[in-house]
Design a protein around this ligand. Structure first.
Ligand code: GUN
Length: 296
């Protein structure tokens, strides 16, 4: 039976640490880290994410600035808002919730955000820093959260085979780049597999650590993993509840019941990677504040 990696508990410990650091910074500077979150349109899931991010900020004593624009907002108005937030000294981090409405050019908006305030780490300047292992940049929240969980579960990663399923810009690609750095808390041999592979199980069976960000339930089943593997399930899929079709249930990308029997450690869904993502957003906002105040 696998050890269940309690992301909820670990995230709560990290949030407590951030809260006391924010209090110390307030003493020293008379100011607290500030995060601006921008939501365009009324996608209900995005609205929930944005609300949770604002709430998490308040809980650790950060300032939170929420900007909600109608779905039909012209692109230039969003650009102006980003420019305004870039210039504000009380805003350390800027997050524009994705996806944006179809008429907007997402990459143009991401490019417009000051890389020093880009707490999502989606700006090409930060993506480049991830690839070369420059720690002055930000790390994207979800893969950073996965990395913290992996580092706790596996103290020595040197030469271990980490397999990532999924090649998204938000999770798969940065995850791979982060874990292959020649650093004490990384140094893995990394394989990325994805939908073009004729048989992903060829790769997943070789994994010492398996990070699954495929966006599809039951992507990984028992026969697809090696005994003793550490499994990080990034999936968040809302499906009809198997016992009551009038309800829904949140499941990951991994067939938990099967894989748990073989793994040495595994994240649950919910309560695994999900809570870590917001903790890392707060951590990045704290880092941004320090960079702005202390230049480090
Ligand atoms: N939409 C889904 N995940 C994310 C995220 O991590 N950041 C932003 N900005 N939008 C998202």
């Amino acid at each position: 039976m696998a050890m269940i990696i309690d992301g909820k508990q670990i995230a709560s410990e990290i949030r407590e640490e951030i809260k006391s650091e924010a209090a110390a910074l307030k003493e020293r500077y008379g100011a607290v880290p500030g995060l601006a979150v921008v939501l365009v349109g009324d996608d209900p899931a995005s609205a929930v994410y944005v609300r949770n991010k604002g709430r998490a900020c308040e809980e650790v004593g950060f300032a939170s600035f929420q900007h909600t624009l109608p779905a039909g907002t012209p692109m230039r108005e969003l650009v102006s808002l980003v420019d305004e937030l870039n210039a504000r000294s009380d805003v350390d981090g800027i997050l524009v919730q994705l996806p944006l409405p179809g008429h907007m050019d997402e990459s143009a908006i991401i490019d417009r955000i000051d890389p020093g305030k880009d707490v999502d780490a989606f700006h090409p300047a930060n993506v480049g820093k991830i690839l070369i292992g420059d720690e002055k940049g930000f790390l994207p929240c979800t893969p950073q959260g996965c990395k913290v969980l992996i580092n706790r579960a596996v103290p020595d990663l040197k030469g271990r085979h980490l397999v990532v399923v999924g090649r998204s810009n938000i999770v798969g690609k940065p995850m791979a780049a982060m874990m292959l750095q020649k650093k004490k808390d990384a140094d893995c041999v990394v394989t990325v597999c994805h939908t073009a592979a004729p048989d992903i199980s060829y790769y997943t069976r070789q994994a010492d650590i398996l990070v699954v960000a495929a966006g599809r339930p039951n992507t990984i089943t028992g026969p697809m993993v090696k005994e003793g593997v550490v499994v990080i399930d990034v999936g968040m899929n809302r499906i009809a509840h198997p016992d009551d079709p009038s309800k829904t249930k949140l499941v990951g990308d991994v067939k938990f019941d099967e894989v748990e029997k073989l793994a040495s450690a595994i994240t649950p869904v919910p309560g695994g990677v999900g809570p870590m993502t917001i903790a890392m957003l707060l951590s990045n906002t704290l880092k941004a504040f320090r960079m702005h105040r202390e230049g480090s």
